[in-house]
Design a protein around this ligand. Structure first.
Ligand SMILES: NC(=O)C1=CN([C@@H]2O[C@H](COP(=O)(O)OP(=O)(O)OC[C@H]3O[C@@H](n4cnc5c(N)ncnc54)[C@H](O)[C@@H]3O)[C@@H](O)[C@H]2O)C=CC1
Ligand SMILES: O=C(O)[C@@H]1CCC=N1
Length: 274
């Protein structure tokens, strides 16, 4: 791992990654996080024992890795104010911002930076994240390894070799926790109509999703086979799945993911001003 990592932004995603790094054995004194607000920083300092700073430039002065973890809408101002310090220090830059091209951020930082762009997701908060990573040509193999270790502290990592594929990653994992939460909402509502108390229905639905995900992860069988194994001929599951197929659930999912990827692409264009 790098000698010194600075997080610009100390919100949900930054604190999840920092917590994961510390759990995986990284020394808290090698990590710094910044935010404009002293009370937000005092809380994270007390909880995680890291260094904090309200001055972004001071915080990157001796960093090997800088993680950009502010909202996309303020990224331009934050980066332009950091330009001179980053040009002098030349750290590995990792952006976790949704919808911002690596090139756009690189230009805001003065150009020629080693840039990794990452699309994480919120289950990183509980150590079950799934992140897609893309590196520009300036990133060395050793720096790729550092980025991998950083994001593996909160989940799994998949590299893509074309930046445009991060739009697909956004559709399949970045935004996807919300798809499953929608499924829980719908199953709970339906179970209540079938007579179950809401709390009972929620517990059963969530545990079933956890069980299905764990089976799919641990099994050498593909999801289609695991599905078939639940479907006794002429039985109850077959009837439910038949209904979902007739209602074109696969098409709905495909269309939703296409809309998600299209929006990711449009956001990147809007935010880069192109
Ligand atoms: N929440 C999600 O599902 C996902 C979020 N992301 C990305 O992660 C990034 C961070 O998101 P969250 O942690 O959810 O946001 P958040 O609002 O929890 O955290 C933002 C942090 O930035 C700090 N900040 C604001 N202005 C600053 C400045 N000038 N200098 C330094 N720090 C400043 C805030 O004080 C706060 O600590 C965003 O770019 C978002 O697109 C990416 C994938 C998924
Ligand atoms: O909805 C969004 O725009 C962000 C990107 C991935 C998850 N949340």
């Amino acid at each position: 791992m790098a000698n010194k990592i600075t997080f610009i932004g100390a919100g949900n995603m930054a604190s999840a990654i920092i917590g994961g790094l510390i759990d995986s054995g990284v020394e808290p004194s090698t990590i710094t996080a910044t935010a404009p607000n002293d009370s937000e920083l005092a809380a994270i300092k007390q909880r995680l024992g890291i260094n904090t700073d309200t001055d972004n430039n001071a915080a990157v002065a001796d960093a090997d890795v800088v993680v950009l973890a502010v909202k996309p809408q303020i990224m331009r101002n934050v980066c332009e104010a950091l330009r001179d310090s980053i040009q002098q220090q030349q750290p590995l830059m990792i952006s976790i911002a949704a919808g911002l091209y690596a090139d756009t951020i690189d230009q805001w930082l003065g150009g020629h930076n080693a840039m990794v762009r990452c699309m994480p997701n919120t289950p990183s908060l509980v150590g079950y994240g799934a992140s897609g990573l893309y590196a520009n040509a300036k990133v060395s193999d050793a720096q790729r390894e550092i980025a991998t270790q950083l994001m593996e502290a909160v989940g799994i990592v998949e590299w893509v070799e074309e930046e445009a594929l991060l739009d697909a990653v956004t559709a399949v994992s970045g935004s996807a926790p919300a798809y499953f939460f929608l499924m829980f909402e719908a199953m709970e509502e339906a179970a209540v109509k079938l007579g179950l108390p809401a709390a009972t229905a929620r517990r059963l639905a969530i545990q079933t999703a956890l069980g299905a995900a764990t089976m799919a992860q641990q099994s050498d069988k593909d999801p289609a086979t695991l599905k078939q194994n639940v479907m006794s001929p002429g039985g109850t599951t077959e009837r439910a799945i038949q209904h979902m197929e007739e209602a074109q659930l696969r098409t709905t999912i495909a269309d939703a993911m296409q809309a998600c990827a299209d929006r990711a692409q449009a956001m990147a264009k809007e935010l880069s001003g192109s």
